[in-house]
Ligand binder design. Structure first.
Ligand code: IPD
Ligand code: CA
Ligand code: CA
Length: 262
């Protein structure tokens, strides 16, 4: 699979930041036993990963705007292009020495996501996608699952943490999905969950309360693997309202109907 020059830059940034996160992940395991825990250490690791990524992206395309989870929005001379970066998605997992986390980097051109990289440095799984070029896992082409009935499906979601809004709505949605689907899972990284939908490891995924950096690369990944992504009103407003539903065409429609019933 031939990658474009810009996707290569994104991959290089993810791999470099991934090396740092892997080192830090090893240290987090040692810090579990301390009374204070690894909280401050993880915040520093998160910020360092973002710094590494931002500096490589800036070097390659100095004028592009940026939306970085930790540093916020940075204007660029070229406002038509924007990097959207989550340097560590799945922070709570990372903090608990749970290896389900990733780096997510997306490139937007005129408001459309055109390239995405999602990388789990622990498993060394690199998910890449470019608009119109397909989605890949370590260079193997991805397809969303082909299941046609929600009753056969393994459905992924995100459980709102303490302090986040929407606990009762989530419980109702979960109840409805639980009654229909073969199983539900919540893995704690929105970006990696979407990559897993692209890889057919989950048949579908829904969650709300998300930010653009959680979903930008993942939504392209699913679409380029032949799947559907929308908000809860079946529109393309995920960055505005933080809602996301994804799966193959039929399962996307069934899941949307199911969660709307709640
Ligand atoms: C979080 C993860 C989690 C989702 C949260 C996000 P973070 O991102 O994606 O799965 O449920 O809403 O904030 O904080 O680990 O980057
Ligand atoms: Ca995130
Ligand atoms: Ca994050």
């Amino acid at each position: 699979m031939a990658r474009s020059a810009i996707l290569n830059v994104m991959v290089e940034a993810a791999l470099k930041a991934g090396r740092g996160l892997t080192r830090d992940f090893g240290e987090v395991e040692n810090l579990q036993v301390s009374v204070k825990g690894p909280g401050d250490f993880v915040s520093a690791a998160d910020r360092q990963a973002e710094k590494t990524i931002a500096s490589l992206l800036r070097k390659a395309r100095p004028g592009y705007a940026m939306l970085l989870e930790e540093s916020g929005a940075i204007k660029g001379e070229d406002s038509q292009h924007r990097w959207i970066v989550d340097p560590l998605d799945g922070t709570t997992n990372f903090l608990h020495s749970n290896p389900f986390f990733c780096i997510s980097i997306a490139l937007e051109s005129q408001g459309i996501v055109v390239a995405g990289v999602i990388y789990n440095p622990v498993t060394d799984e690199l998910f890449t996608a470019e608009r119109g070029q397909g989605a890949f896992l370590n260079d193997r082409r991805l397809r969303v699952s082909g299941r046609r009935n929600l009753t056969d499906c393994l459905v992924c979601t995100g459980i709102p943490h303490r302090g986040k809004k929407g606990h009762s709505t989530f419980m109702l949605q979960q109840q409805e999905v639980m009654n229909v689907a073969a199983g539900t899972r919540a893995m704690g990284s929105a970006a990696l969950s979407l990559a897993y939908v692209a890889a057919g490891r989950y048949d579908a995924y829904w969650e709300d309360g998300l930010s653009p950096w959680d979903v930008a690369a993942g939504l392209l990944m699913v679409r380029e693997a032949g799947g559907y992504v929308s908000d809860y009103s079946d529109r393309d407003k995920m960055f505005d309202n933080g809602e996301i539903v994804s799966g193959n065409d039929r399962i996307h429609a069934s899941l949307l109907k199911t969660i709307r019933q709640s």
